[in-house]
Write a protein that binds this ligand. Structure first.
Ligand code: TTP
Ligand code: MG
Ligand code: MG
Length: 451
């Protein structure tokens, strides 16, 4: 609970609103749409005798009065499942999306569960996947189609709650607090959601249900594929303590290496360590995060969790652009912006994406995940240009061009930081230029092509 106010005094303070809290908690029988519980509290608070005191913290206090329920829903082997849905021939076969055998520097985006039984998984080099599963169906993928299916699924999710937060192409959090009157108890809503997705899109989704988002996210991964895992209120801590450390969402490769070094195998091992010791071993922010995570408490800075962020930039041309060189120059400018934002945030990413809007407003996008994180501006530019040339339709004008990086993680947290010496040198140079530009904006050091 926030602050020092005990729950009973909060209940007294908000006595006039108690019946509302009960009403919200018990659901909205008779209404035909789910209602945003926070919004409802806001409206009621405004209309209440205490209306002068409506603040974010007061609404948070009110929210304590109701039991919260969150669902994390994530599609199973998403890209591969869409391919199997669209091509009957691929069903029941090991499907590997990301590249064709022989494609250089590419990695697996995802693999169907049939392919996973051969040991193939996301981020594995395509060449390695070929060795493990030579009979696999290898595909480059079709982002446009995946986005279309993603939109369909998110649309279905939004029928169950207005409080929906999509965190990647195939997953979202749903705050389903107060929807019992419409959909029954939370576990029943979860079942209804799964069957709606299956019946209307042909895809299977795994669902985790818990009293906070963090635990719901971990729960959804527990019963993949096509599962539904419920963590009862009050059971969050026991649930987390029973898990191996590799289930901790937000603990990247570096953290996992440290767990190994210190002999921490389960969350229970970490549970037994004091917060102070965790902070001294893992640094303050991550120490506090771990302390809370193994207790099944909501992450303090949820947005900083690895993989849930992306950055992007785009440029709209004054007129429809046919000149490939001019588009590339715009992309260079975008890459410049992205790289400096990445340096400022001290993040890294292995997944690059582009967006192209043509003169007829049709829009295409493409993404590629590579084995190594983007090291330098030129590296990013090279990857973005390669994607652009692979995707771009010839002979049609371009209105807008965009690029970005997704699945951001803290710098140094994944494999492949071993840049070539040349890259390391370039990276240092770019950092210096960025620092100079920040200190002396009038100096504006730029690549010659951008002047
Ligand atoms: P995930 O939800 O992580 O994986 P998934 O849906 O393929 O499999 P499951 O959830 O059943 O474990 O990612 C969703 C999509 O994002 C995935 O289908 C392809 C893409 N992706 C990449 O392109 N690169 C990656 O490294 C990962 C992890 C995913
Ligand atoms: Mg998924
Ligand atoms: Mg996902």
């Amino acid at each position: 609970m926030r602050g020092s106010a005990p729950l009973h005094s909060l209940r007294e303070r908000f006595a006039p609103l108690q019946s509302l809290a009960r009403f919200v908690h018990d659901g909205f029988s008779g209404k035909d749409r789910p209602v945003n519980i926070k919004l409802l509290f806001c409206i009621t608070a405004v209309n209440s005798p205490e209306k002068g005191a409506l603040t974010e913290s007061r609404i948070q206090d009110l929210m304590i009065l109701v039991t919260r329920y969150f669902i994390h829903a994530d599609l199973d082997a998403f890209y591969a499942s869409v391919e199997q849905l669209d091509n009957a021939d691929y069903r029941g076969k090991p499907v590997i999306v990301g590249g064709l055998p022989g494609d250089r520097r590419t990695v697996v985006s995802t693999a169907s569960y049939e392919a996973r039984s051969y040991g193939v998984h996301s981020a594995m080099p395509i060449a390695r996947a070929c060795e493990l599963c030579p009979q696999g169906v290898f595909l480059r993928g079709n982002m446009k189609r995946y986005k279309e299916k993603s939109r369909e699924v998110m649309g279905i999710f939004s029928e169950f709650t207005p409080d929906l937060r999509q965190i990647s192409i195939d997953e979202a959090f749903l705050d389903i607090t107060g929807t019992e009157g419409l959909f029954g108890p939370p576990a029943e809503l979860a079942r209804k959601l799964k069957s709606a997705v299956r019946e209307r899109t042909g895809l299977t989704v795994s669902v985790g249900l818990a009293s906070n988002k963090y635990v719901a996210k971990i729960a959804s991964g527990m019963s993949k594929p096509d599962g539904c895992f419920v963590v009862e209120k009050g059971g969050e801590e026991n649930f987390m303590r029973s898990l191996p450390v590799d289930r901790i969402w937000g603990a990247g490769r570096k953290a996992q290496e440290k767990f190994k070094k210190y002999g921490y195998k389960t969350c229970d091992d970490i549970y037994k360590i004091s917060e102070q010791r965790l902070c001294s071993v893992f640094g303050k922010a991550f120490g506090i995060f771990l302390y809370r995570a193994v207790r099944g408490q909501a992450a303090a800075s949820f947005d900083d969790i690895r993989g849930s962020r992306s950055i992007s930039a785009e440029h709209t041309f004054d007129y429809d652009m046919y000149d490939g060189f001019a588009v590339e120059t715009a992309l260079m400018k975008i890459c410049n912006t992205l790289m400096y934002r990445l340096l400022d945030l001290d993040w890294q990413s292995r997944t690059v994406f582009i967006k192209i809007r043509y003169e007829d407003f049709s829009t295409e996008s493409a993404q590629e995940t590579s084995e190594h994180p983007v090291g330098t501006m030129s590296d990013l530019f090279e990857r973005v240009c390669a994607l652009f040339h692979r995707k771009c339709k010839r002979g049609i004008g371009i209105r807008l061009i965009g690029a970005g990086l997704m699945n951001l993680e803290t710098a140094g947290s994944s494999a492949g930081e071993l840049f070539e010496f040349e890259d390391e040198r370039k990276k240092k140079l770019e950092k210096c230029i960025h620092e100079i530009n920040k200190k002396f904006p009038e100096a504006a050091i730029k690549k010659a092509r951008l002047i």
